[in-house]
Design a protein around this ligand. Structure first.
Ligand code: GRF
Length: 320
C-alpha cells in the first residue's frame, strides 16, 4: 500500500471532528493515518476517545506559559510523532506566527461558518441574527491571521425558521465531520499526484529570472535564457528510465557533491539515469511530505550553475 500521510490532530474539548477523522482513517485505502492527538487541556474529552483507539496522545496545560513557549512544546510533540500535517479540530488557542510558519501549507482548521463570513466566535448566533438562510462550515489552510487562510472546501447548511444556535450547531457539525475527512484526504493525496507535483515545480521554476518550460524527451523541463538558446536547469522525472520515483533533477557542483548527498540522505536523493554521469541529482518528490523551500533552493542553485554570467546578479538577492 502507498505511504499514508502522518496526521496530528490538536483539540481542546469534545473532539467530535477528531473522532470523525480517526474513524475515517480506519478505511482501507484512506491516504492518511492519525499519529498523534494533542491538547492544551489535559481534561479534554477527546483525549480519552483517541487513547481508547490506541492513538498516542499528548497534553499539557498552557496555563502560566508564554504563547511561544507553549507552541514550542506542541511543536516538539509533533516532531516526535513525525507528523506531516497538523489538523486543528476545535483547538481554542491563538497560534504564534512562528508556529504557523513552521507548518505553512500543512496545517488545516475547520470553522463553523461560510468564510469569509463570521470569523471568530458566536458564528451560529450571528448568522441567525443576520437573517441568513444558509450557514455552513469551511476548512481552510492556517495562516497567521485568525480564520483567514485559503479556503479548501465548504459545505452549506440551510438555516431553519425555528433554529437556535444549538440546533444549527448540531447540524453544521454533521457537515463538518464529512467535509473535514474529504478535504484532508484531497490535500494529502495531491502531494502524491505527479501532475500536481509537476505544477508545483513549474510555479517555483518560473519564479526565477528569464525561465521558461520546455519538454525534453517527454519529460517536463525548465530552461534559463531565450526560447531559442536557453539551457535546461531542471527536469521532473515521472517514472522515467524505468525508475519508480517522481523526482526533480537538478545540477550539483559535480559527482563528489552528488555522492555525498546520496550517502547522507538516501531516502531523498538518488543518482538519476543518464543525467547522473554529469553530476545531476534526483531529489524525490513522491515522499508525500516535500519541503518546498528545499526544492526552491535547489532550483535556484541549479539555475545559478546554468545561467549565463550576466543574469547571475538577478538571483543573488533571492539568497539560498
Ligand atoms: C467545531 O464546531 C469547529 O467548527 C470549531 O470548534 C468545534 C469543535 O468541535 N472550530 P469538536 O471538538 O470537533 O466536537
Amino acid at each position: 500500500m502507498a505511504k499514508r500521510a502522518r496526521v496530528a490532530i490538536l483539540i481542546s474539548g469534545r473532539g467530535s471532528n477528531m473522532a470523525a477523522l480517526l474513524y475515517a482513517a480506519k478505511r482501507q485505502g484512506c491516504p492518511y493515518k492519525v499519529v498523534l492527538v494533542a491538547s492544551n487541556d489535559p481534561d479534554a474529552r477527546g483525549l480519552a476517545v483517541a487513547a481508547a483507539e490506541n492513538i498516542p496522545t499528548f497534553s499539557h496545560s498552557h496555563k502560566g506559559m508564554e504563547r511561544e513557549e507553549f507552541d514550542a512544546l506542541i511543536h516538539d510533540a509533533l516532531r516526535e510523532a513525525d507528523a506531516d500535517y497538523v489538523v486543528l479540530a476545535g483547538y481554542m488557542r491563538i497560534l504564534s506566527s512562528g508556529f504557523v510558519e513552521k507548518w505553512e501549507g500543512r496545517m488545516l482548521n475547520i470553522h463553523p461558518s461560510l468564510l469569509p463570513k463570521y470569523k471568530g466566535l458566536d458564528t451560529y448566533q450571528r448568522a441567525i441574527d443576520a437573517g441568513d438562510t444558509v450557514s455552513g462550515c469551511s476548512v481552510h489552510l492556517v495562516t497567521p491571521t485568525l480564520d483567514d487562510g485559503p479556503v479548501l472546501g465548504q459545505t452549506e447548511v440551510a438555516i431553519l425558521a425555528d433554529d437556535t444556535p444549538e440546533k444549527l450547531a448540531t447540524r453544521i457539525r454533521i457537515a463538518e465531520h464529512q467535509l473535514y475527512v474529504r478535504v484532508l484526504e484531497d490535500l494529502v493525496s495531491r502531494e502524491l499526484d505527479p501532475d500536481w507535483l509537476v505544477g508545483k515545480v513549474n510555479q517555483l521554476a518560473l519564479e526565477l529570472p528569464q525561465t521558461h518550460a520546455k519538454t525534453s524527451h517527454g519529460s517536463p523541463g525548465w530552461r534559463v535564457g531565450t526560447e531559442k538558446s536557453g539551457k535546461f536547469f531542471a527536469y521532473v522525472s515521472v517514472h522515467h528510465h524505468g525508475e519508480d520515483a517522481v523526482a526533480l533533477l537538478v545540477k550539483t557542483s559535480g559527482t563528489d557533491e552528488q555522492a555525498a548527498l546520496i550517502e547522507a540522505e538516501p531516502d531523498i536523493y538518488y543518482r538519476p539515469a543518464y543525467y547522473g554521469a554529469s553530476g545531476w541529482i534526483a531529489v524525490r518528490l513522491d515522499t508525500g511530505a516535500v519541503d518546498w523551500d528545499h526544492i526552491a533552493s535547489w532550483l535556484r542553485k541549479s539555475w545559478s550553475f546554468v545561467a549565463p554570467k550576466k543574469l547571475q546578479p538577478l538571483v543573488e538577492f533571492l539568497g539560498d
